[in-house]
Design a protein. Structure first.
Length: 430
């Protein structure tokens, strides 16, 4: 059930807001993990302000409030410290004095959060009656509470609750005792000062030894970082070679297993006449489903085909939208030719990769500065060449320096404009 069957008024909502604002961050994080409506709402644990707003909407709305959530709120409300310790009869009798001192909304909400069903039912009746137009003056309310608990106050007086004069005498005695303690502490401090002087000499000796140890530790940490970097580089090279071998094996197996079915590409290219050797290689691989390692310099490609990836009119696309469209074009172009294995490499702050289709993988280079993707592309060429020396490799880019390095490693290169010639096959297939 919800917190209350009746609609909460403004005073009660503000009281609940104050309770939620008092919840420690750790308690709020625990609720976000345990409450289904918070856990499934997509709220990050770092955005605690939004989480508090959502929690207020949940408690004040018509959605069910779990027993755990009710108990958590009660622990940080007046219910934990006052109302939950008193009987319903007492609460009924002292409703107005309590409301005057704590606020009517806080008192009613404490009743709604109470673990006793009869108290919660009474609180709903208080809510239904509405907030009183006038409440007792706080001083009068305090007097009424003191009179109501007169016997308890008397018992407290019997065990040492004194008046102002007694408090003053007790304070004087305490100050005298503290002065004596201060004199003793001063004597102890003088002794400790002598010991400190003796220890200072030892500290200087230890400090010299610590500096030497610190220097050795810095050297050891530097060597450890260098070793970790070397191991990470070796791991990346090993993983890249394993992936390259997998791609090469898949290219040859899929070439033999899947019959050619790319007549659309063949028809689209028939009208273009003479093709370059690199374009002829890509055409044959697509039409006949021949093994081919196709590498695309992602940002270079979509900047080179500005008319497709950034229309001259209307709202321009973001780089993210361009990347998504480029990868989709490559996936669609290579779909009938699974033996053609494509890697689309983009510059990116963090290294990552994902499978976009059975034969297209998107890679983000990581690192900083320009031409970050170049290094990854050349490493992929090295790995694929080492994995299968006979596999044809084709790089698509207009970067002359990158293309020259790729050709020296045995790969062929295709210009972005030549790749554009294959795009009519996409519209023909669609």
């Amino acid at each position: 059930m919800s917190l209350c069957a009746k609609a909460l008024n403004k005073s009660c909502i503000e009281a609940i807001r104050r309770i939620i604002d008092r919840l420690p961050d750790r308690v709020l994080s625990s609720l976000a993990k345990s409450e289904p409506q918070l856990k499934n709402g997509g709220f990050g644990l770092r955005d605690l302000s939004a989480l508090r707003v959502k929690l207020l909407q949940l408690v004040c709305g018509s959605s069910p409030v779990s027993t755990e959530l009710r108990q958590t709120l009660a622990m940080h409300s007046l219910s934990e410290t006052v109302t939950g310790r008193l009987s319903l009869r007492t609460l009924e009798a002292l409703r107005l004095p309590f409301s005057s001192l704590s606020g009517w909304g806080d008192f009613v909400v404490a009743g709604l959060l109470d673990g006793r069903p009869d108290v919660r039912a009474a609180a709903e009746c208080w809510l239904d009656d509405g907030e009183p137009e006038t409440l007792p003056d706080p001083s009068e309310a305090a007097v009424k509470l003191r009179d109501f608990f007169a016997e308890l106050c008397g018992l407290m007086s019997d065990v040492g609750i004194d008046g102002p004069e007694d408090d003053l005498r007790r304070t004087v005695r305490e100050l005298k005792a503290r002065m004596r303690d201060a004199e003793l502490a001063e004597e102890r401090a003088r002794g400790m000062r002598r010991e400190l002087e003796a220890e200072t000499k030892k500290r200087r000796e230890f400090q010299a030894e610590a500096e030497a140890l610190k220097s050795r530790l810095i050297t050891a940490e530097r060597l450890a970082r260098e070793a970790a970097a070397a191991l990470e580089s070796e791991r990346q090279q090993r993983d890249g070679l394993v992936r390259a071998r997998t791609e090469a094996v898949l290219a040859r197996e899929l070439s033999a297993a899947v019959p050619p079915d790319n007549a659309v590409v063949e028809t689209a290219l028939a009208e273009r006449g003479q093709l370059s050797a690199a374009a002829e290689l890509l055409s044959d691989s697509l039409v006949k489903n021949l093994p081919l390692g196709l590498l695309l310099d992602g940002h270079n490609v979509f900047f080179g085909m500005d008319s497709r990836y950034n229309p001259p009119r209307g709202v321009s696309r973001s780089d993210e939208e361009k990347r998504v469209l480029l990868v989709k074009d490559v996936v669609d172009l290579l779909a009938p030719s699974p033996a053609v294995r494509a890697l689309v490499v983009f510059d990116g702050a963090r290294p990552s990769e994902r499978e976009c289709s059975v034969n297209v993988r998107e890679i983000y280079s990581g690192g900083q500065g320009e031409h970050r993707a170049d290094r990854v592309l050349l490493e992929c060429i090295d790995n694929m060449r080492a994995a299968d020396p006979g596999l044809n490799l084709l790089l698509v880019s207009d970067d002359s320096k990158l293309c020259g390095a790729a050709r020296r490693k045995g790969a062929k290169t295709l210009t972005v404009e030549e790749l554009r010639g294959f795009y009519p096959a996409l519209s023909g297939r669609r």
